[in-house]
Design a protein around this ligand. Structure first.
Ligand SMILES: *Cc1c(COP(=O)(O)O)cnc(C)c1O
Length: 356
């Protein structure tokens, strides 16, 4: 493992005074992590520096062909003052899966983990403490060769920035309305859907705008080939409870394998529920909604943790779920996962990692 050179800021910023106005991704902490890569040295010379802007050549490859990957995770302040990360090993492994898919050299896992722990430790006073708040962690890598040809870059920058984030739900869990999109697609099998990379997000913007115009907050994507099977929501995986069973689309190469998704599956199995990872067609959902066997629906992802779905719209069909309210499994998962993340609930799987 490489030693991180640390330069602390001489001008620390004032921390946000009102934790109810943090929002998401707008405020950044005093320091950032940065580690360059080149062919000769590999990943080398990791540093923590005062947060600063970058100088890049306008021809840097990331600007033209989108060779970049990112991760998203959170640090929490427990009531007893401990600083906790949730399953960071999973994010590190997934980052390297994304890297492999888009030809970015893998980051050694121990350097990645050390970077997270050291940066979060330095910035721990930035972790907000109000209920539902957290310190959002954004690791990312960009391709920096100054070159307009299409090939993998030979140089990269790996960075981590931190952003204190407000409660996703200002007044408790709140069901969302979701638009099932059958025209635009997000990803196809064989493409980059299972990598966390910007290209998947730019592909999603148009349908997201369309859903907003129709009064829906998020898009639920169908598979890109037959436009028949449910895939996932913009930045969340999706779960259904149908006839007493917990059902989620199986990972097929075009779905992002969420850490929250895996945690929901583990918990539901731990609670003795029947769980199925399989293909779920939109026809099956419409039929289940009509005959009353679609009991619950929720999204899972780092930002919201669990997002109960109160309505799904497919074409002219509006499916109201859990009478537009919050179902019991959604509520139990939300309480349990956030309880584990903040050190309040027992952690039977050893998911939480303390930052000293
Ligand atoms: C990040 C992400 C998710 C959720 O993953 P988590 O690890 O649970 O945060 C789901 N879908 C997409 C497209 C994502 O980018």
């Amino acid at each position: 493992m490489q030693e991180i050179k640390i330069e602390l800021t001489k001008n620390p910023k004032a921390k946000p005074a009102d934790q109810s106005k943090l929002g998401f991704g707008k405020i950044f902490t005093d320091h950032m992590y940065i580690m360059p890569y080149n062919k000769e040295k590999g990943w080398h010379d990791p540093r923590i520096e005062p947060y600063h802007s970058l100088e890049l050549d306008p021809s840097a490859m990331v600007f033209h062909y989108g060779q970049e990957m990112f991760e998203g995770m959170k640090a929490y302040r427990a009531e007893d003052g401990r600083t906790l990360l949730f399953r960071p090993d999973r994010n590190i492994a997934r980052a390297n899966n994304s890297n492999r898919r888009i030809c970015i050299p893998e980051v050694p896992e121990d350097d990645f983990m050390n970077a997270l722990k050291t940066l979060v430790s330095i910035e721990k006073d930035w972790i907000p403490t109000a209920p539902g708040t957290s310190l959002y962690i954004r690791p990312f890598i960009i391709a920096t060769d100054p070159f307009l040809g299409v090939r993998p870059s030979d140089t990269y920058l790996f960075m981590i920035i931190l952003s204190p984030s407000g409660a996703y739900y200002e007044s408790g869990l709140d069901p969302v309305k979701i638009w099932i999109e059958d025209d635009y697609v997000r990803a196809v099998r064989g493409g980059i859907g299972e990598a966390k990379t910007g290209g998947n997000y730019v592909a999603s913007l148009k349908a997201q705008m369309k859903a907003h115009e129709e009064g829906y907050s998020q898009v639920l994507w169908l598979d890109g080939v037959e436009r028949k099977y449910i895939e996932e929501v913009g930045a969340m995986n999706i779960f259904f409870k149908i006839n007493g069973k917990v059902v989620t689309p199986m990972l097929n190469g075009s779905i992002l394998p969420g850490v929250t998704r895996a945690s929901c599956l583990d918990l539901c199995r731990h609670w003795g529920m029947e769980v199925e990872e399989r293909r779920v067609s939109v026809e099956e959902l419409v039929a289940a909604a009509r005959d009353g066997s679609l009991e619950e629906c929720w999204g899972s992802g780092t930002a919201a943790v669990i997002s109960p779905v109160g309505a799904l719209r497919f074409g002219d069909e509006v499916m109201e779920i859990s009478s537009g309210g919050i179902g019991p499994v959604s509520q139990k998962l939300y309480d349990t996962v956030t309880g584990i993340q903040t050190g309040k609930a027992e952690d039977p799987f050893g998911w939480v990692v303390e930052v000293k």
